[in-house]
Design a protein around this ligand. Structure first.
Ligand SMILES: Nc1nc2c(ncn2[C@@H]2O[C@H](COP(=O)(O)OP(=O)(O)OP(=O)(O)O)[C@@H](O)[C@H]2O)c(=O)[nH]1
Length: 552
């Protein structure tokens, strides 16, 4: 996703503020006209409900655009007219309400309303100080910095990690150059290099995970390493699958992965666009919706991690929409966060009881909104992972992989593109378990998973289908291209050196691949890929076989 600079974000927010200013000046004129109309009898008393709703919206949005005093003053007027609007809604005696309205006018309600216009002129400067463009990692290989004095080991690590798709930069111990850190995702360093000035340099690094190569097990040494900011210790870095696994783990916990998909629903278009700019500039994928009636279709299409929703949206009530969403089991666990100017805690709880998860009071500061959305997305994704991802490999579990496969099948049939599906199975794996033990076997499974994750595209679907069997779906990929990708993967995997029982060994895999779009269902395509896999096994393993059956 392209990252905007702070000044670009600031400019976009400024444009939105001008629009808000313009619209608000017109709205204040309308409000004054409505109040006059009701007081002179040319407007029905029911108009008070609209006046209240408009003030409520203004009170909730003005602060976001930098008009804090306008928001506070609108809130005062909103509170003054609310009891009357409530009575109208409850069908109370109109004459009685009219009398109270006249009293309100005597206390200067109309001139206070007209006076809101002054506050539209005084805005705080637009600031995007909270905005920090994040390193764009999506699509680029992670960059690792290596500081290791042993040249032989350095070469071994360089070669091994390159097979996983990592880009490794070297830095020698006697030339600490902080500029080389630009774009680095992780540091690997020998413990002896951490003793002197390098240590001080390292302690200044914030947020970049550090793996230390160290054979020291004493408490004091390890404590010292931890105090220097080291995140992981590895005693045998030449065991590349173990090293790659640790790298993978640390990267998956890093700040660059703090992303997510947010859907926002609000009928106030300027406010909606403001939220969209703020969240998008913070690296989140956002879908903004101003018409709640299209919510269900939009959710199915976009599949957000969280839903941010206004409470009052014209004829629609946010909590009722939340309750309606919960009718469908697929949205039962979708976190719904209400954005509202409702300050009454009892009413907030009432809203939460009707299907919401949290409440953010408007006006909400940009930084707070971004943080809340990021944290919520992170939690939602973590929970989602627990449910959908296999614990050992972090790949999709069988059922979830099948759902994704069927989704891609529907997509390729609808759009007419070619996609491929492959089944992969480790060769003679029982023998590896029997010879080196189950733990080493697990490491081999993890190594293949990591290799697949790094070398395939972000849009490819990878699942652990069974014990040592994997499914891979390559959307928008011709069959011959898929075969090429798998062949390269198969060669690279066979070049990985595993360590078990003090000796080195290598492993191969077999695969069967089929053109997804040429079958009558995703299920049939996967069966064809599976048959091809077993042909490969019978033909001697270690390689790729293409399924032959296609639709007539
Ligand atoms: N270490 C480990 N082993 C597993 C796991 N899941 C399945 N296995 C083992 O994988 C082995 C699969 O053996 P087989 O189905 O006979 O296949 P194979 O030995 O790979 O032989 P071919 O597939 O014909 O090449 C069994 O010994 C399983 O116990 C796992 O999560 N970890």
């Amino acid at each position: 996703m392209p990252q905007s600079s702070s000044s670009e974000v600031q400019k976009r927010l400024e444009i939105l503020r001008y629009r808000f200013q313009d619209k608000t000046i017109r709205e204040i004129d309308d409000l004054v006209a409505s109040v006059l109309g009701v007081s002179q009898g040319s407007e029905a008393i029911g108009k008070l409900v609209n006046i209240y709703q408009q003030l409520h919206r203004l009170a909730g949005s003005a602060g976001t655009f930098g008009f804090a005093r306008l928001g506070a003053q609108a809130r005062k007027l909103e509170m003054a007219i609310k009891p009357l609007a409530d009575q109208v809604t409850a069908d109370a005696d109109n004459e009685h309400v009219r009398l109270q309205f006249q009293q309100l006018l005597k206390r200067g309600f109309e001139s206070d309303l007209a006076g809101l216009g002054h506050f539209v002129e005084e805005a705080e400067p637009v600031s995007a100080k909270w905005h920090q463009p994040r390193p764009a990692r999506a699509g680029n290989p992670p960059v690792l910095l290596l500081m290791e004095p042993d040249p032989h080991l350095t070469r071994q690590i360089l070669r091994g990690l390159a097979l996983y798709g990592y880009q490794v930069r070297l830095l020698s111990a006697d030339e600490p150059r902080p500029d080389i850190l630009h774009g680095v995702d992780l540091i690997m360093i020998r413990d002896s290099l951490l003793q002197n000035k390098m240590a001080r340099w390292l302690t200044e690094l914030h947020g970049i995970p550090v793996i230390c190569f160290s054979n020291a097990y004493e408490f004091t040494t390890r404590y010292h390493l931890a105090s220097l900011g080291v995140d992981a210790c590895i005693d045998e870095p030449h065991d590349i699958p173990v090293l790659a696994d640790r790298v993978e783990q640390l990267l998956s916990e890093g700040p660059t992965t703090l992303t997510g998909r947010v859907m926002i629903v609000d009928d106030d278009r300027e406010l909606l666009e403001h939220y969209r700019v703020v969240l998008t500039s913070g690296g989140l994928q956002v879908q903004a919706l101003d018409d709640p009636a299209s919510l269900l279709a939009a959710l199915s299409e976009f599949r957000p991690d969280i839903l941010l929703m206004d409470v009052q949206m014209g004829p629609y009530d946010g909590p009722t929409l939340a309750r309606m969403l919960r009718f469908q089991s697929e949205w039962l666990s979708l976190p719904i966060i209400f954005l509202s100017s409702e300050e009454d805690q009892n009413r907030q709880f009432d809203v939460l009881a009707r299907g919401g998860d949290d409440f953010v009071t408007k006006p909400v500061a940009d930084e707070f909104l971004l943080r809340t959305a990021r944290i919520r997305c992170y939690r939602a994704r973590q929970l989602g992972k627990l449910v959908a991802l296999d614990g050992l490999t972090g790949l999709l579990k069988h059922a979830f992989a099948k759902t994704e496969l069927n989704r891609e099948y529907a997509r390729c049939i609808r759009n007419g593109h070619s996609s491929a599906v492959a089944m992969l199975d480790l060769d003679n794996f029982k023998q590896i378990n029997d010879t080196y033990g189950h733990q080493t076997g697990d490491m081999v499974i993890k190594a293949l998973s990591n290799l697949l994750r790094h070398r395939l595209r972000n849009t490819d679907i990878i699942g652990r289908y069974g014990g040592e069997e994997f499914v891979v779906v390559l959307p928008e990929c011709e069959l011959d291209k898929a075969v090429g990708v798998l062949e390269t993967l198969s060669q690279d995997f066979s070049r990985l050196a595993f360590t078990g029982d003090g000796s080195e060994f290598s492993v191969t895999f077999s695969a069967g691949v089929a053109a997804l779009n040429t079958y009558e269902s995703g299920e049939q395509a996967i069966e064809a890929a599976d048959r091809a896999l077993y042909q490969r096994k019978r033909a001697g393993r270690d390689g790729i076989t293409v399924a032959t059956a296609v639709l007539s």
